[in-house]
Design a protein around this ligand. Structure first.
Ligand code: PMP
Length: 435
């Protein structure tokens, strides 16, 4: 872009920000109040953005309302955890019934076995599993299990991966990451992954990989990449851990089921506890058996809320009544169709904009390059910001970084509203989206 065009983009962005500030005084004052007790008024880094994040006051069905009373179609779906929509009657009923029987029972309960069995039936590679409170914990436990089971120390991950708040591999090394001995390989690069696995064959405990980089921009793993990881890890006796925290929703049994890949361990999270806090890790019987407390020298895995009845009850209700295998298939088809619609619209306008992703989880990018790795998605961040402010003004809520995760409650009307908003964005901002 030439200098006057760039100056125009700066001006458009500052005007959009000014309208946002004027329209959202209560969100601004909410942040100021929160700042008195929390650093930057924030307790979840991903939710913060300049000049201040929207403070949401409530949700119902497909909609969210912010502190200033604006209504949004919720296309973020709580970063995939909100699959069931807000206050689904099925989830509400399950939670209320569980509440009626007391919530902190301090013992094995009657629900955990049901949810574990349901998940194991859907994910045949998960012979056995254990629950945690989050996807982060699930990955921490899976890594610890891999190290204990193989008596090896190194873990391979990929550039741009996100496996939890202390397991992030996008950009510069995170000082809050757990201090495992990581090997960081490029995503979707079969030859390099094979080379590194072979070079570290004696020390490699596991390869941990997302079947689609989620936080890294919804960049799908190429099927040949995942099958090469399966093959190469087996050859050297390392474990393959699939982080399906985001991708589990792509079918009844996640992306592993779609691709026919059986990992040694799988990690889950997000919607699977009905939208309440949840995580799980599981896999081969012989590996999970190391946690069997009846065995001498069993590995420990504690956690006050691992089997909390609210997540268990909501999870069972969700999988039984709402996210059936048919519903999973339909949602993935719906997401694929929506992504195709957006991409066809952008390509028709020759706009440097596209969505990547799989099924109902997608990310908007401002480039027309083919995106196989996070660096391919490099773009002018001002375009991303402008898109976000424009969508908010249109009553469409999505992540500031461009993530969209469809909830089961999203219908054709909402999808049409998104398409119309994208079309207006393409019209209004055409000069900065020209190739
Ligand atoms: N793995 C992946 C692929 C994720 O997307 C996330 C959350 N965005 C996590 C792990 C961590 O899950 P949680 O936020 O529940 O700790």
């Amino acid at each position: 872009m030439n200098a006057p065009t760039l100056a125009g983009l700066d001006r458009a962005l500052s005007e959009a920000r000014a309208r946002y500030v004027a329209a959202n005084p209560r969100s601004a004052s909410q942040l100021a109040a929160a700042d008195l007790a929390m650093p930057g008024g924030n307790t979840r880094s991903v939710l913060f953005y300049d000049p201040f994040p929207l403070a949401m006051s409530r949700g119902e069905g497909t909609f969210l309302w912010d502190a200033d009373g604006h209504r949004y179609v919720d296309f973020l779906g709580e970063f995939t955890a909100g699959l069931y929509g807000h206050s689904s009657p099925v989830i509400r009923k399950a939670v209320i019934e569980a509440l009626d029987d007391g919530i902190n029972l301090g013992g094995h309960n009657l629900l955990e076995e049901r949810l574990a069995r349901m998940i194991s039936e859907r994910f045949p590679a998960m012979d056995k599993l254990r629950f945690t409170n989050s996807g982060t914990e699930a990955n921490l436990m899976a890594i610890a299990l891999a190290k204990a089971a193989t008596a090896r120390s190194r873990i391979m991950v990929f550039t741009g991966a996100y496996h939890g708040s202390v397991l992030t591999f996008g950009g510069s090394p995170s000082p809050v990451n757990v201090p495992h001995d990581f090997i960081i390989a490029p995503y979707n690069d079969v030859a390099e992954a094979r080379r590194l696995i072979e070079a570290h064959r004696a020390e490699l405990a596991a390869v941990l990989v997302e079947p689609m980089l989620g936080a890294g921009g919804c960049i799908p793993a190429e099927p040949g990449f995942l099958s090469a990881l399966r093959e190469a890890t087996s050859e050297v006796g390392a474990l393959l851990i699939l982080d399906e925290v985001m991708t589990s929703r792509l079918s009844a049994g996640g992306r592993q089921r779609l691709l026919g890949i059986a990992p040694d361990l799988t990690t889950l999270g997000k919607y699977m506890g009905g939208g309440l806090s949840f995580g799980a890790f599981g896999g081969r019987d012989d590996l999970l058996a190391l946690f069997d407390p009846r065995r001498p020298g069993a590995l420990g895995h504690a956690g006050t809320f691992n089997n909390n009845v609210l997540s268990m009850a909501a999870g069972i209700a969700g999988l039984t009544e709402l996210f059936t295998p048919q519903a999973a298939e339909a949602l993935t088809a719906r997401g694929d169709a929506l992504r195709h619609r957006v991409n066809t619209l952008c390509a028709g306008r020759r706009a440097t904009m596209q969505t990547t992703g799989l099924g109902s989880v997608m990310n908007v990018h401002f480039t027309s390059a083919t995106i196989r790795r996070p660096e391919d998605a490099a773009c002018d961040p001002r375009l991303r910001d402008l898109f976000f402010f424009d969508m908010v003004e249109e009553g469409i809520y999505l992540a500031r970084r461009g993530l969209i995760a469809l909830m089961l409650t999203i219908g054709e009307g909402e999808e049409d509203a998104l398409m119309a908003a994208v079309e207006r964005f393409l019209d209004r901002r055409a000069e900065w989206l020209a190739a």
